[in-house]
Design a protein around this ligand. Structure first.
Ligand code: 13P
Length: 252
């Protein structure tokens, strides 16, 4: 059985004291159940402190982006080597906000995914359609193209380790959640794409999350779907209580 992965994406929120306080309240309350993994993806500045505070707990710490090069003249960037060095284990790649505001492309997502594996970081690769694409019935073809390009050149084992997050852009931060059936249909399609391009084994094992206005009130229904293996959560991951409720839903 695939484990459930609940990842919080704090985006550009919280000050350092709030970040530390969150981890002090959450770290030892996350269930030690093997079937659920809890990840907090925080702004770069807070990562070292969060890694320290999460030590000895089940919480993993992730970044929200990174460069694909190890080092060099890339002012303002953070490399995979740096993340690995401080104890970060996961990195979100290709979030729609980075694609929209920071010129992230399928090509850079693919370079970053390869770089993540070179440095033993687990990528959380985000894909998803706009409202216009959904209305034009292009959801599956768009998501399929994003998945294929992101995973291009990865080995079967690397694809198995990748976490894919299906996040319809129209559902992010809007309070509009995709219906659990719609979310499942696209997650199942992604699994089918992996079956046809990589292998049946990879398709069976890869973790596919849904993201977009997930909260404690709707997570049970989403996780009850056959192909939804977890959630990537923005707003509802910011408060300790609601983050813990989400993780507990994954452990059910
Ligand atoms: P919300 O949960 O706030 O809709 O954000 C979703 C998201 O973008 C997570 O990466």
């Amino acid at each position: 059985m695939r484990k459930k992965v609940i990842a919080g994406n704090w985006k550009m929120n919280k000050l350092k004291a709030d970040a530390d306080q969150f981890m002090e309240q959450v770290a030892d309350k996350v269930p030690s159940d093997e079937q659920v993994e809890a990840i907090v993806c925080a702004p770069y500045l807070y990562l070292p402190s969060l890694v320290e505070k999460a030590k000895g707990s089940k919480v993993k710490i992730g970044a929200q982006n990174m460069h694909f090069e190890e080092e060099g003249a890339y002012t303002g960037e953070v490399s995979p080597t740096m993340l690995k060095d401080i104890g970060v284990t996961h990195v979100i790649l290709g979030h729609s906000e980075r694609r929209e505001y920071f010129a992230e492309t399928d090509e850079t997502v693919n370079k970053k995914a390869k770089a993540a594996f070179q440095h033993e970081l687990t990528p959380i690769v985000c894909v998803g359609e706009t409202l216009e694409q959904r209305e034009a019935n292009e959801t599956k073809s768009h998501v399929e193209s994003q998945v294929k390009q992101a995973l291009e050149g990865l080995t079967e084992d690397q694809v198995v380790e990748t976490i894919i997050a299906y996040e319809p852009i129209w559902a992010i931060g809007t309070g509009k959640t995709a219906s659990s059936e719609d979310a499942n249909e696209v997650c199942a399609h992604i699994r089918q794409v992996i079956k046809s391009t990589v292998s049946e084994k990879a398709a069976k094992q890869v973790v596919i999350q849904y993201g977009g206005s997930v909260k404690p009130a709707n997570i049970d229904e989403l996780l009850g779907q056959s192909d939804v293996d977890g959630a990537l959560v923005g707003g509802a991951s910011l408060e300790p209580d609601s983050f813990l409720q989400l993780v507990e839903a994954g452990a059910k």
